[in-house]
Ligand binder design. Structure first.
Ligand code: Q46
Ligand code: ZN
Length: 302
């Protein structure tokens, strides 16, 4: 196998592009894919600081690294979830990378700063752990971005993640979720812009990128993920992809380019009048925002 760009021996193959690359050309390929996503969807501007949600896994560390390589003012934000050894290892990886590159890494600890962890919050609010976790991340990342003067938050969702979420939403024809499933969610009153610059890279690619760049990421999976539906959708898509490379990208980008525009506005129809949450000030349609409800239930259950 030879590198598509320079004809040196290849170390990584990317069947979706019917290509293989040597180390340096693969790193360039990853940066080009991210650059293309940023340009195509108008995600970022070099003049604006961006807050990167850094879990310590391969995707978020690759994202932070690539954004810095592309010249963006990218700072990290790490949320400690209180999920045992997994959280300790994640925090260690995030801190080690931040120290290596000398960039600021803000940290919020659910157990220390808010008084609960994800397993407790999930049980108290009768949500699945991933639902409690997702709600907490969305809320706290948004608040940290607004407080810190960052107009935009970047997350490490990759093509595999987005295609799996899309499959789940399509299987249920969940139009409200489908209408929000875009690589860019524009800013609104009380909400920073949300962008997903890794949508053109698969998780095999972000892992290979980290290995080639010498970035130590937390390899173990979150123990809460075991058996969740998302993993099942990923497996199903991986089987399709193995039989016909490129189908995952065709599925996801076909949706983004052709179906998503038809759905914009669905969410607005379903949403009620927004007002500030009396507890945290975030815009909400409920009396108290969903995160403050969850936090109150979790703290009460201790
Ligand atoms: S960290 Fe949180 Fe994931 Fe763990 S609890 Fe679920 S959502 S699986 S990205
Ligand atoms: Zn609130």
């Amino acid at each position: 196998m030879r590198c598509r760009s320079c004809r040196q021996p290849a170390v990584v193959d990317v069947p979706r592009h019917n290509a293989a690359f040597c180390g340096p050309c693969f790193e360039r390929h990853c940066r080009e894919q991210v650059n293309r996503a940023i340009d195509h969807f108008g995600m970022l501007r070099h003049s604006q600081p961006v807050l990167v949600a850094v879990s310590g896994g391969k995707d978020s560390l690759a994202l932070w690294d690539i954004l810095l390589e592309l010249g963006y003012q990218a700072d990290g934000l790490h949320l400690r979830l209180g999920i045992g050894d997994y959280s300790d290892a994640s925090t260690e990886a995030a801190r080690a990378y931040a120290a290596r590159i000398g960039r600021s890494l803000r940290e919020i600890s659910l157990p220390d700063d808010l008084g609960f962890d994800i397993p407790t919050g999930a049980a108290a609010s009768r949500r699945t752990p991933c639902s409690a976790c997702g709600l907490s991340k969305r809320h706290l990342f948004n608040q940290a971005a607004l407080d810190g003067g960052y107009p935009v938050i970047a997350t490490g969702h990759n093509l595999d993640d987005e295609a799996a979420v899309l499959l789940g939403n399509v299987l249920r024809w969940d139009l409200a979720y489908l209408s929000r499933q875009r690589p860019v969610l524009p800013a609104a009153d009380g909400f920073a812009r949300k962008v997903k610059p890794l949508v053109r890279l698969g998780e095999r690619e972000t892992a290979a990128y980290c290995v080639l760049r010498g970035i130590d990421y937390v390899v173990e999976e979150c123990p809460m993920a075991a058996g969740n539906r998302h993993l099942g959708y990923k497996d199903a898509l991986n089987q399709l992809e193995a039989r016909s490379p490129g189908s995952k990208a065709a599925f996801y980008f076909g949706f983004v380019d052709r179906a998503a525009p038809l759905l914009s506005g669905q969410l607005d129809d379903a949403a009620g009048e927004l007002h500030p949450c009396p507890s945290c000030g975030s815009p909400t349609v409920s009396e108290i925002c969903a995160f403050c409800r969850l936090a109150a239930q979790a703290v009460a259950a201790r």
